[in-house]
Ligand binder design. Sequence first.
Ligand SMILES: [Zn+2]
Length: 271
Amino acid sequence: MEVLVLIPVIIILILAVVYLLFLFCLSLLDDISIALLNKPLYVHFYINPKKISPNQQSILNQRFAFYSKLNQKQKNYFNHRLVKFINKYKFISRENLHITEEMKMQIAATYVMLTFGMRRYLISIFDKIIIYPDEYYSKFSEQNHKGEFNPAMKAVVFSWKHFYEGQQITNDNLNLGIHEFTHVIHHNSLRNQDASSLNFKKQYEKLLQEITHLPNRQRLIDSNYFRIYAFTNQFEFISVIIEHYFETPNEFQAEFPELFQNVSRMLNHKF
Ligand SMILES: [Zn+2]
């Protein structure tokens, strides 16, 4: 009788050990993959993939060059992540702005694009997106802002006017959505040990070494390609270069091929 009672306990223990062993092997293989191939073992795997409507797909095809270039399988992954993003994060309006489904989709699509090469894309370093109609005054900095990432409030804040402009003009290297979300994933990578954070950090450290080497830094400043704001600090530099990476990839690659490759590996993305 006592043995019979013990059987389910033993089975549960065996399953728990197998599961832990599986996690350990996965993490080991991830480490090897990052060291040798500069990317996690796998990125996309969804048991119950979410879908979006044909109308939403056609909006994405028209508005997002990134999306329109994906194959159908990748589009399905993108759609799934888009739905999960919109369901997870709270969208909060300020100054009576009416937030439409299309606005949510545009914000979500920017984030999904930026993190498409990362396995863990739903992160808890932020939980809300606050949207103002235009520039807003921050009591904290006593300045007007177009956007920010506020880790203490777990909030990403946008002026919709400037977010939209960043989306519409696709080759001026200004994209508020990419800029602020890069601050988010950068902060997140510094605090986490998952495969994509480790990969981001590894490439970021390489990049930092290159740009802090004085002759390289001078060449970056002299080239006039990156706006001077990039040199404010390391956090701003990374956000600005990722804006350039998505908006003018050909020019970026021609001017700074090594830096371009660094960013490409950091995001696990290829054009
Ligand atoms: Zn910034």
